[in-house]
Design a protein around this ligand. Sequence first.
Ligand code: GRF
Length: 209
Amino acid sequence: MVRVVVCVSGGGTNLQAILDGVADGSIRQTQIVGVISNNPGVMALTRAEKAGVPGYAICPADYADREAFHQALLDKLAELSPDLIVLAGFLVRIPEEMIRRYERRILNIHPSLIPSYCGVGYYGLKVHEGCLARGSKITGATVHFVDAGMDSGPILLQKAVEVHPDDTPKILQRRVMEEAEWVLLPKAIDAFACGNIDWIDGKPWIREN
Ligand code: GRF
């Protein structure tokens, strides 16, 4: 069984898609061993509790400085000993040490087709506001491995979603979540757990089987 820790910040709808995938068997050979939130009392932690998965709130405000927060995060991860870390709506920059320790073992979901509408300033609704402001006709979501940059790591999966003329940022966000995010993240975790990811010229590809 592959041990997975999911990092969250809020609603946890991506976490729920993962929990559901493990429960229904569409995500194989996987055990969610913990959920870490940088915010206390969020719905994501409630979702974890209902699924019987240990939840931990590790909040920057509870620590003297950013370095102490990073160390608390690293210590909890060392305790949980994950094979894979999934950033599912986790709105916190992770420490370089975490990226080093878990190289090619941290996945992130971003609600656009990277390299569009990503990087500094593009998170949550701001991604969809940018997409609508530019008049893009197609958007979507991307699962990528995390590197030291912001949304700049090797792309693993992408899925396109249509933009509609009457979309608001919230309507578009919901469609991207339903049609892309909640489909891609379980698929990526299953592929990792089953050893179905090949690295070709530094780019990850899922081997269908
Ligand atoms: C989602 O749009 C996700 O792409 C972004 O944060 C939003 C909330 O995700 N990173 P969740 O409902 O907390 O999974």
